[in-house]
Design a protein. Structure first.
Lengths: 366, 167
């Protein structure tokens, strides 16, 4: 049995920032990361990040990920286990991890769940053909493995992921025939949409995919315009030849561990699914267990990093670390979150957080 | 409409274009950022203090065109690649458009590239006058393109590759 002060589950932007913040106050931290390298989705984000200087805006995601990882690796208070999947959080507080081929048991004093999110899928005929990808997989192939995923791609979904991955495909020399989106408006940042439009990639809102076709692999898609009731408009069908169809149709919080740990959960549509109810300091209803990042609501990586920092500070503070600075650090993180969520693009997050608060949590929200 | 297809309309653009008088004075930044997103690196990028956001980082950037000297430092610093510089005083017939570029191959100064508009449509061959690297960390290039005066407010990209050494 390993005793640790703080165990962080997930080494993405939220988890790394949580570990660094807790360590800066003197706590010893173990990060368990399922992948063979920590960094989460940052390892494939080749575009520049938004936000303010405090969230490293202007730097590319890959650079931010590397910087956080370098800092964590150089930190004597932080141990990172890679290739280590957390299997369960039990009633007695024991966390079990598959680590180096063994079933390791950890007894942490505090737990920060920063497991992130998983991609949603879409139902349509032919969606099991080879050549149908989640946008995240395409990004991993291109930007991590250096493999060109296709010659020509149809992107489904005009949120930030669909727009950004389309841009990165174009940068990798892959033709993107179109980005289609069922909603009447573009969900992602318009600057991303403008950037790909002027590169010749059309963004078609109110369009859906009717089917993927091909003999043993994707050879194309049939798309059509849809009406206000989301029904295809007859006569608008068109065939789009492509050898890959990339789905960027949203994310779901990866909450299995929070469920299993007995944290109170609520379905909050604006936060993209069932999320743990957390308080101002991101502590769940199970004392000593915190959640940060996409696991408690789908947002941008900038917010995930600040949430991680807030959870890390709060978990360390509850163990008696960093007495005088704590309140100031927590306030700074909360005001950064407020600022990131203050604009029209944060409206759904603010509404989601109000619902969390109404259910007994009081997640920070101005 | 911008919100439906990502292409700013004339109405959108009219709100942010500098006056003809200002354009006649020399290079100036055109910030094609129309949505209140939490983002502010442009403020710090500007050494003239010409870009501000009065309330918070969700504001649209305001450009003081009298302070802006069109240096173009902000172009490679905008995460949204939404800033351009237009110099209508470049010559009688030609204007200079500086735009951000993150593709390979990168054209060389003196080569010709196909200029594209905001919808990615072909606007003809234009000479690349200058190519500036954003540096090892920034990695965004700033490309200066000589374009006919009447296309100065249309040209916003170049087609990747197929550059010609002469027109």
């Amino acid at each position: 049995m390993n005793q640790v002060e703080i165990m962080v589950i997930g080494g993405g932007p939220a988890g790394l920032c949580a570990a660094l913040a807790a360590s800066s106050l003197g706590a010893k931290v173990l990060i368990a990361e399922r992948d063979d390298i920590a960094g989460g989705q940052l390892v494939k984000q080749t575009h520049k990040f938004f936000g303010s200087e405090k969230q490293y805006a202007g730097d590319r995601g890959i650079q931010i990920g590397q910087m956080l990882l370098d800092n964590a690796q150089a930190d004597p208070n932080i141990e990172i286990w890679t290739d280590s999947t957390v299997l369960g959080i039990y009633e007695d507080g024991i966390v079990t991890v598959e680590h180096e081929g063994a079933h390791a048991k950890i007894k942490p004093e505090r737990i920060i769940i920063a497991t992130g999110a998983a991609e949603k899928f879409l139902s349509f005929p032919g969606n099991d053909l080879p050549g149908i990808y989640g946008a995240g997989a395409v990004q991993t192939l291109m930007n991590v493995a250096g493999v060109k995923p296709a010659q020509s791609v149809l992107m489904v979904g005009a949120g930030n992921i669909g727009l950004i991955v389309s841009y990165q495909l174009k940068q990798a020399g892959v033709e993107v025939s179109a980005v289609i989106e069922g909603l009447p408006t573009i969900g992602g940042y318009l600057v991303h949409a403008s950037k790909i439009q002027r590169a010749g990639i059309p963004v078609l809102t109110r369009h859906t995919i009717l089917e993927a076709y091909g003999d043993g692999k994707v050879e194309g898609a049939v798309i059509a315009e849809i009406n206000e009731k989301w029904q295809p408009i007859p006569g608008t069908e068109q065939k789009i030849p492509c050898d890959a169809i990339c789905l960027a149709v949203g994310l779901s919080p990866l909450t299995e561990l929070a469920w299993q740990a007995g944290c109170e959960m609520a379905y909050i549509r604006e936060l993209s699914g069932h999320v743990p109810i957390v308080d101002d300091y991101l502590e769940t209803t199970r004392p000593g267990i915190y959640c940060a990042g996409d696991v408690s609501g789908i947002e941008e990586a900038s917010s995930a990093m600040v949430e991680g920092r807030l959870a890390g500070i709060s978990a360390a503070a509850s163990l008696g670390f960093g007495k005088e600075q704590v309140e100031e650090l927590q306030k700074a993180a909360m005001s950064e979150l407020d600022e990131l969520r203050a604009g029209p693009m944060g409206a759904h997050i603010r509404l989601g957080l109000e619902k969390v608060a109404a259910k007994g949590g009081s997640k920070i929200c101005s | 409409m911008l919100i439906n297809d990502g292409i700013p309309t004339k109405d959108d653009l009219d709100k942010i274009y500098p006056s003809p008088e200002r354009l006649a004075k020399g290079p100036v930044a055109i910030v094609e950022c129309f949505q209140e997103i939490p983002c502010n690196p442009c403020i710090k990028a500007c050494k003239q203090g010409a870009i501000t956001m009065p309330r918070d980082i969700n504001d649209l950037p305001l450009v003081d065109v009298e302070l802006c000297n069109g240096c173009g430092l902000c172009i490679s610093r905008c995460p949204g690649l939404a800033i351009f510089v237009v110099d209508k005083t470049y010559s009688e017939d030609m204007a200079l458009v500086k735009l951000p570029f993150e593709y390979v191959p990168i054209p060389k100064a003196g080569q010709y590239a196909v200029a594209l508009d905001r919808a990615g449509q072909d606007l003809g061959w234009c000479e690349v006058k200058k190519v500036i690297s954003g540096g090892k960390k920034n990695m965004t290039y700033t490309i200066s393109l000589a374009v006919p005066q009447e296309k100065a407010m249309e040209v916003r990209n170049i087609r990747v590759g197929g550059y010609k050494d002469g027109n």
